[in-house]
Design a protein around this ligand. Structure first.
Ligand code: 13P
Ligand code: SF4
Length: 352
């Protein structure tokens, strides 16, 4: 549905009143009604870079999910305030790796005499304390647009990688981009004290994948790809690397949200595309490129419910509160966590 014109006007006025004091970031998975007010849109890598590049903005309003706002707080100055318009906008994948669980895993690797060979790498989609854990233990952060480069870096530092929390991104990058075999990867189950793995399996593995996944991308299946190929002859299937390995294997192209957009920009008019990523972005792409036939990979998969928590009423409330001098829903990360998470984030930002 079209945005409520009264709310649109209120958001516009509040943005005008705040001027250069305000910088609004919008992830590609945000609703249209919100994305229209973003000063910059992007994938999580681009948004982290952009947050770090605006030291002059007093308020960063982050239209995305909690771990992204935390990263923005870590990468901005102490004087800058980061606001998440709805605190319920979390991420189910990030919640699948808690600090205590990761510490337990690390202790088990220490007990097995393996920890000094292992470099922990966490996907951006994780809480600040997991990023800090990686920073403290010689590791780094990665996003879906630089996972390969981050893993190349990690294997220069050690012999094995503990990849958190998305098993699919880890497996897809290791097997499809780096030529490892599926046997090089094992999955650590955080609900078992030994991870559900024998010592021999841990010794043999090159990639120890955390048992986490995205509840949206994890719903695309190999059948989704077969069905769309049957429905749309000649279709190009383009999916995000958070999809399961068997889905990515069947697809024609794989890449981050930013990569998906660039691929469609360059695609010839009249070509057909089925996209396996979040629905807000796919709908927007279909509107942006009417000369291409763009459809959603599987019509039974729905929006990311937490991304969708950020709606126009919440954005208006956050902006109008700032105009009145009230910083609502500020996201702050404590100094020690910030220090070590920044070490891990800076290692990512320094990748060639
Ligand atoms: P990217 O923005 O890195 O492509 O990640 C997708 C995602 O699931 C963000 O929550
Ligand atoms: Fe988390 Fe998946 Fe939603 Fe991204 S799309 S915020 S990874 S649940």
């Amino acid at each position: 549905p079209a945005s409520d014109p009264e709310l649109v006007e209120r958001a516009r006025k509040a943005k005008e009143a705040l001027g250069d004091r305000l910088f609004v970031l919008g992830h590609h998975y945000q609703r249209d009604e919100v994305i229209q007010f973003a000063d910059v849109t992007g994938d999580s890598f681009k948004l982290a870079q952009q947050a770090a590049a605006r030291p002059g903005a007093e308020f960063i309003v982050f239209c995305g999910v909690h771990f992204m706002a935390e990263s923005a707080d870590i990468l901005t100055t102490d004087a800058q305030k980061v606001v998440l318009p709805d605190l319920a906008a979390g991420c189910s994948m990030a919640d699948m790796a808690t600090f205590d669980q990761v510490e337990e895993c690390w202790e088990a690797l220490e007990d097995a005499g393996l920890a000094d060979q292992v470099i922990p790498v966490t996907y951006m989609n994780s809480s600040a304390d997991i990023k800090a854990f990686c920073g403290r233990n010689g590791g780094a952060v990665c996003t879906s647009s630089n996972a390969r480069r981050a893993l190349d870096w990690a294997f220069e530092q050690g012999r094995k990688v503990l990849f958190l929390p998305d098993q699919h991104l880890g497996r897809n990058t290791a097997v499809l981009e780096m030529g490892m075999s599926l046997d090089d990867c094992v999955v650590w189950n955080p609900h078992r004290p030994d991870g559900g793995l024998s010592r021999e399996q841990l010794e043999r593995a090159r990639m120890i994948l955390w048992r986490g996944h995205c509840s949206v991308h994890g719903r695309f299946t190999a059948e989704s790809v077969d069905d769309v190929r049957e429905r749309i002859p000649g279709v190009n299937v383009l999916v995000h690397p958070e999809c399961r390995h068997e889905v990515v294997l069947k697809a024609d192209h794989v890449g981050s949200t930013e990569h998906i957009i660039k691929t469609l920009e360059a695609a010839p008019a009249g070509s057909s595309w089925a996209i396996g990523t979040e629905l807000n972005l796919v709908k927007r792409l279909a509107q942006t490129f009417p000369d291409k036939n763009i459809s959603f990979l599987d019509r039974t998969v729905c929006y990311c419910s937490t991304m969708n928590r950020i709606d126009l009423p919440h954005l208006v409330w956050a902006l109008e509160s700032l105009v009145l001098g009230d910083v609502v829903n500020q996201i702050t990360v404590d100094a020690d966590t910030t220090h070590w998470a920044k070490v891990a984030l800076d290692r990512m930002l320094a990748l060639p």
